[in-house]
Design a protein around this ligand. Structure first.
Ligand code: PRX
Length: 635
């Protein structure tokens, strides 16, 4: 028997050692015993980080929806698969059973096929957190189409770029979305985007808010009548373990967003195995991850990981502050949630409000609390632990990335003793390494360096869509034969890892990954702007917020400058989305640059963070005189 479900620390160490000593037979056992394959692999792993090439379960055939749906029908047909909690608490929750979900997925898969979608085609999904979103992912997977979900907070320009980057043939969207007391239009955003996307042949529209929308003849159709007319049976298309399952865009420190490609077999095994252990999911538990399916957390730990384990996964449409700041706890009480997985930014926002919002709810169902997306600070950890977990539900601080597909470093609850701000130990099969500046691995404990992974794991992204060279350069060129994460980390005296944050120009704002380069490009497109630099600075709720230093072509009067600040943020909203707006904008006459004309962001970061006592070495600056001016006018 494989060790699918780890139950105590000794077992963790023993299984961990086995997974590192002989990764292939370890993952083979897990894959063999806990999943259904149409055909088994003839080799477990082929890899070469220097190329880079990674293949798990060579020549195996499967369909992931048979693992997430069909195989549960006999044993769990009437069990709730997706528990949909709407934005408005007065609207009834929907309990969608495995049987019903299977039917819905089959219907939608048939609709996709009727619209000419075939294996390997890309389908863009731009939907709010409604059940159709999960159904759309699975429907694509059912027929071997590749989904590319774009978070429904991105602007039309960002949507268009993503649609075009991977040549989507179809877009699935909704008329609008509910967020707290607001109604947002989505179809209008799609319409604007599609003016630039000539490859899109059809748009299927889910009716959610009843907004008035324009439907383009021959291209746009309401989805519901098509679903009603479709068959409830759809044969799952057989795919190769290495066929792409989805593309998901993530920001890079330079250039356009990277379409990370995840394949099917290894991803499935990895997200299912991590889910089972890191949330200690038991058969009748109700599990809730508050992320949006527009991000990788939702893909792996709302949809694929939970469903592959036959779990009940809550899908929440709303926001933590509506109708009041007790909404999360209201939902936990209402559905007797056992595992609750959220982001530090949400915890920090809720911790600012009255404790009454927490205390008036019965949270006794909770067994495990999770955190993801950014470092959790000590204060937030204690607030979460004391007030939500009542000092009895372990917090799993899970470190991972869009690129890693699933959780990489995390405690296993009730197994690994937790420690505030520590993601603790590598998960089974994960081999981290900390590197110094000279590319040497730092051995032993009490060391701090750049976090790399030395050996492949089944859930890792295999390439960047359409740009394998960039994949190699971004992740495998900094350190020979290692995957470089872009994060810094330390390993303490007992071997626990703490993630210290990004070491590149990616900034995590409210748990969202933002590259500085695209934001600077957006600012620079404003006709009044000559140049700009964006850095992060600490923010008590968002973790980091954005600070823009902007050089104007003409200085102008102060009233004009105030207006320009608004216009710059407007420009960012249009080109990227409101999540990338700047909290502070300072107009400057120059930016500190090295002799090779590189902006010295280290200095700007210190100024933005009001930490100017020691600016470090400035001797290589071309224009040291600007520093004083920038410091004098800092916001
Ligand atoms: O910097 C790390 C941070 O989020 C980055 C990955 O962002 P993304 O691809 O959007 O995926 C987020 C959800 C998995 C990482 O490089 N990060 C994520 N989780 C943690 C974290 N930083 C510290 N602690 C974490 N638990």
């Amino acid at each position: 028997m494989s060790n699918y479900h780890i139950k105590h620390l000794e077992e963790y160490f023993q299984v961990y050692r086995k997974s590192v000593r002989d990764p292939e037979s370890f993952w083979e056992e897990i894959a063999e015993e806990h999943f259904v394959w149409r055909k088994k692999w003839d080799k477990v792993l082929d890899w070469d980080f220097s190329k880079p090439e990674i293949k798990w379960f060579r020549n195996a055939k499967l369909n992931i929806t048979e693992n997430c749906l069909d195989r549960h029908l006999h044993t769990r047909g009437d069990k709730t698969a997706i528990l949909f909690e709407p934005n408005d608490p007065k609207e009834e929750a929907q309990h969608i059973t495995y049987r019903q979900l299977h039917e819905k997925v089959c219907r939608m898969a048939n609709v996709l096929q009727d619209h000419g979608i075939k294996k390997g085609d890309r389908v863009c999904i731009y939907l709010p957190m409604i059940p159709e979103l999960a159904v759309a992912l699975l429907a694509c997977a059912r027929i071997g189409a590749i989904h590319s979900v774009v978070f429904a907070g991105f602007s039309s320009q960002a949507l268009a770029n993503r649609i075009n980057d991977c040549d989507c043939k179809m877009v699935i969207a909704s008329d609008g979305s509910y967020r707290g007391n607001k109604t947002l239009e989505l179809k209008g955003i799609v319409d604007v985007a599609l003016k630039e996307c000539l490859g899109v042949e059809s748009v299927l529209v889910v009716k959610r808010t009843g907004e008035k929308v324009e439907m383009q003849d021959g291209r746009d159709q309401w989805l519901q009548p098509l679903l009603d007319a479709a068959s409830t049976e759809c044969k799952a298309v057989e795919v190769d373990a290495e066929d792409p399952l989805f593309i998901l865009y993530t920001s890079g420190s330079t250039g356009k967003p990277k379409g990370m490609v995840h394949t099917t077999g290894g991803y499935m095994v990895f997200v299912a195995y991590t889910f089972k252990n890191i949330f200690q999911y038991r058969e009748n538990d109700v599990y809730w991850c508050t992320a949006d399916i527009g991000w990788v957390t939702g893909h792996s730990y709302i949809v694929y990981g939970p469903l592959a384990n036959g779990a009940t996964s809550v899908m929440f449409e709303g926001v933590p502050s509506y109708p009041d700041y007790g909404r999360f706890w209201d939902v936990v009480e209402k559905h007797k949630v056992n595992q609750f997985y959220t982001a530090p930014t949400a915890i920090r926002a809720l911790a600012k409000e009255s404790l009454d919002y927490v205390e008036k709810h019965d949270l006794s169902s909770l067994k495990v609390l999770g955190s993801v997306g950014e470092p959790i600070n000590e204060e937030a950890w204690h607030w979460y632990n004391t007030n939500v977990g009542k000092n009895k539900s372990p917090i799993v601080d899970t470190w991972w990335q869009t690129e890693t597909g699933g959780i990489m470093i995390s405690p296993i609850p009730y197994v690994t003793p937790t420690a505030p701000t520590y993601a603790t130990l590598p998960f089974i099969g994960i081999q981290p390494a900390l590197m110094d500046e000279n590319e040497n691995e730092l051995k032993g404990n009490q060391v701090e360096g750049r976090l790399c992974i030395k050996f492949p794991w089944p859930g890792m992204a295999r390439t960047i869509w359409g740009n394998h060279k960039r994949y190699g350069e971004t992740y495998f060129s900094a350190y020979k034969n290692k995957y470089f994460t872009g994060d810094g980390a330390l390993r303490d005296a007992v071997g626990y890892y703490r993630i210290t944050g990004r070491v590149d120009d990616v900034i995590i704002v409210s748990g969202h990954n933002l590259g500085t380069a695209p934001i600077e490009d957006a600012i620079n497109e404003h006709p009044a702007v000559a140049e700009s630099a964006v850095v992060g600075f600490p923010h008590d709720v968002k973790g980091n917020a954005l600070y823009g230093f902007v050089i104007l072509k003409e200085v102008g009067e102060s009233r004009v400058r105030e207006n320009l600040k608004k216009e710059i943020n407007q420009q960012i909203t249009e080109l990227i989305g409101p999540i990338a707006k700047l909290d502070k904008i300072q107009f400057v006459s120059g930016l500190p640059k090295t002799r090779s004309a590189k902006i010295m962001r280290r200095i700007l970061r210190k100024i933005a963070g009001k930490d100017t006592s020691n600016l470090g070495d400035t001797s290589t600056l071309l224009n040291p005189e600007v520093i004083q001016e920038i410091m004098d006018n800092a916001l």
